[in-house]
Every structure is written in C-alpha cells, then in structure tokens.
Design a protein. Structure first.
Length: 232
C-alpha cells in the first residue's frame, strides 16, 4: 500500500488530529516516524493543529484587532491633535513675543533708573521752578505795562501759579526725603512750565494816579487770599 494512501484527513497510521503533538508522536512506530519525517505537509498539519500554534495564532489575531482599534481611535483624534498642536505653536510664539517685549521694557527701565535718579529729578524740578519764576515775572511786567490785557493775564497766570505750587511742593518733599536718606522711587519727571515770583510783591508805580485795571489791582494780590482776587 502506498504511503500517501495512509494519510486520511483525521489520522496518520494511528496519529490522531489532536492538539498534543507529543502524545500523538508517542503512538507512532519507528517506521511511521521515519515516514513522517519525509512528509513535510503532514508535519505542517500537525504543527498547525498544535495547541501552542493555535494559541499563538489566536493571540496574533487578538493583537491585530486591538492594534486596529487603537489606530482607528487615534485617527479619530487626529483633528483634535492637530488643533492642539496649532494652539501650542501659537502660544509659544506669543510667549516669545512677550519675552522679547519684557526684555525691551526692562532695558528701558534700567536705563531710566540710571538717567533719572532722585538727585537728577530734584535738580530738574528746581531748574523748572526757576524757569517758571522768570516767565511769571515777565507776565507780571507785561500786565503792569499794559502789554497784556486782563483777560489774557488771568487766563495764563492762574494755571502758572497752580502748577508752580505743585512743583514747589514736590521739590520740597523730594529734598526732604533725600536729606533724611529715605528711599525714593526713580521716575521720569514731567518738565513744568517756568515758575513765577509772588504776585503779592508786585507794586503799581507811584506816579500813576489811577490803577491800570480798576477793581483788580487791590489788596487781593495777597498770597493769603485763596481766590487770588478773582471772584467767580
């Protein structure tokens, strides 16, 4: 009988289609084992039907299904991932711009701290006060000599006096702090208009029989009068 005729679908000379290869091989005779060694297809069939190979195949299929599921889930998240990545890139760009702006402003502040120390600010305030004194003196002289009318004088004099008082007080406070050694925050000063001399020191020439502007050049020029002689 030919050897191939001894290979039914379910057995090989007593070799059952069992999952346990070792048990099946133990049942074969020496001659059957020699014949099995020459039958590659039968060896493949036995290996394929073994429990180990079946488990490996099942595990492979399970792993492939899980990988496919994860891949589909990742693909579903791709639009959200791309949007988040774009947001991250834009946030990084804004951070870089903010850092650059911070460095620029810090450099300006450092430079301002050097160029505008409290001592420098005090000197600027004092110089501005002196300038305002000169401008106020000229305005008073023009008023007395009738070069400036009363309306123009009132319009310019009151703001100058108010600003002069503010600058004088600031300069005095700053000088007091510096003399006491108290810390003073450096800041860039705003240059004020020139200061003035007290209007109370103004006098009308004695040779004039009448005041230049009746009702104005009276005792209201006194600095003790808070309305400075101008009634509302």
């Amino acid at each position: 009988m030919a050897f191939n005729s001894l290979l039914p679908a379910s057995s090989f000379n007593g070799l059952e289609s069992s999952d346990d290869i070792a048990v099946n091989l133990d049942r074969l005779s020496k001659s059957d084992l020699e014949k099995l060694l020459k039958d590659i297809d039968e060896i493949k069939r036995l290996a394929k039907n073994s429990a180990e190979v079946k488990n490996s195949i099942a595990l492979k299929e399970t792993s492939m299904q899980e990988n496919r599921r994860l891949a589909e889930a990742n693909l579903a998240l791709e639009p959200q991932f791309l949007a988040k990545r774009q947001d991250l890139a834009e946030t990084y760009d804004r951070l870089a711009e903010a850092k650059s702006e911070y460095q620029r402003l810090k450099a300006q502040i450092d430079a301002s701290g050097t160029n505008y120390s409290p001592t420098t600010i005090l000197a600027v305030l004092q110089a501005a006060h002196a300038q305002l004194e000169e401008k106020s003196e000229k305005l008073a002289d023009d008023f007395i000599s009738k070069t400036v009318g009363v309306d123009e004088f009132l319009r310019e004099f009151l703001p100058l006096r108010k600003l002069c008082n503010e600058r004088r007080l600031k300069a005095e406070k700053l000088a007091e702090k510096l003399s006491r050694g108290q810390p003073v925050a450096s800041s860039r000063p705003t240059l004020p208009p020139p200061t003035y001399r007290d209007l109370g020191r103004m006098s009308i020439p004695a040779d004039n029989s009448k005041p230049l502007y009746p009702g104005f050049a009276r005792d209201h020029f006194s600095l003790r009068n808070p309305d400075y002689g101008f009634k509302s």
